[in-house]
Design a protein around this ligand. Sequence first.
Ligand code: ATP
Ligand code: MG
Length: 405
Amino acid sequence: MKQKSALLLERAVVPPAVLEVVQGLVTAGHEAFLVGGCVRDILREQPPKDFDIATSARPEEVQRAFRRVIPTGIEHGTVTVVVRGVHVEVTTFRAEADYLDGRRPSKVEFHTDIEADLSRRDFTINAMAWDPVGKRLVDPFGGRDDLASRTIRCVRSAMERFLEDGLRAMRAVRFATVLDFAIAPETEAAIPQTLHVFRKVAMERINQEFTRLLLAPHVAQGLTLTRRTGLLGQFLPEAEATEPSAVARAPADLAIRLAVLLHHAAGVKDVVLRLKYPVKVATDTAHLVEHLDLPAADAPDAQLRRWLATVKPEHAPSILDAAGALGGSVATLMDRSAALIASNPPLSTKALALNGGQIMKVLNVGPSPIVGQATAFLLDRVLDEPSLNTPAALESLLAGWKPPA
Ligand code: ATP
Ligand code: MG
């Protein structure tokens, strides 16, 4: 185990710019480590998404050690070193997280030892540091063992960690879901007991974690965990009655998964906006939920075309995916609607072979409600019979048409 870890870390592909920054800090007489997610991912034999550096150097000392340094979050001890165009984040050892109990700590205290820095981190698997120059791994909380047993466990006391920052409970569930790990019993047990702190967390922060959970392959496990721990009831009680496996059957698309999750909710758009998703996601989700009632699989083509005209053809595949995830049998409708859409039938007034001006000319009228009524009549006819959509055929239809009394 220990040997394998050392081998993985020594052989890890670390971007040259990152190594250069670590080396530069060490040369200037400071300690510098790769920390957090990148160490975890190397040990999981997965490519890290980004490389964070923790150092004993104070922000001013980091600024002095390199030519180009952007003071990105200098009050929290974070600066960005730019080496050959690559941006590398460097954070001074600290013993506090950015947010305590949903608020910023009154002051950030810098530390000189890596262990103090690791002790402020959320989970053991995220609380390891690797010194790529001295080839030293610092793992004070058993991160390697928890990686091996696929366990999410808080650093030290779970109760204390969750009372300091309520988001960590949601992060525990998110990491368990994304990594397909289990949450250690004492860590999970602390979640229901600290919900009063979770309730104060900004929805924007919850959203980030929840979105990653929702799009993960093991979303069913994640939703079960959020429900069982009481987290879901705090921020999305509307979804508590939904069967988690239904969400997992839907493709990993935000609006589709949200629609399945919220298919029983009232005011879907407002619920999605409350979760701080963009307006587009909210309207797409609401549109999906609104149209979950499908035509019969053997409905006549004309009825399917009317359905496509109502839901808009571009939304049909998502609607069918959502309905299918909820247990409908949609394979036939998927094939039939794809074939219908491919034949490109006229489904909206814009697709009619006569435009408004031409219709006015044929009817010999100026702009008036009659034009709209005639247009609706023509669309209705071509939805039944798409081959009627030629100028000549529409003109003769108009010849026999009378405006409704
Ligand atoms: P991911 O691959 O999901 O980005 P990550 O581990 O890089 O995983 P980040 O959210 O980018 O996660 O955070 C970087 C590191 O900062 C974490 O590994 C963890 O050590 C620490 N961290 C992040 N958020 C918290 C928090 N709320 N409380 C304590 N430590 C945290
Ligand atoms: Mg990260």
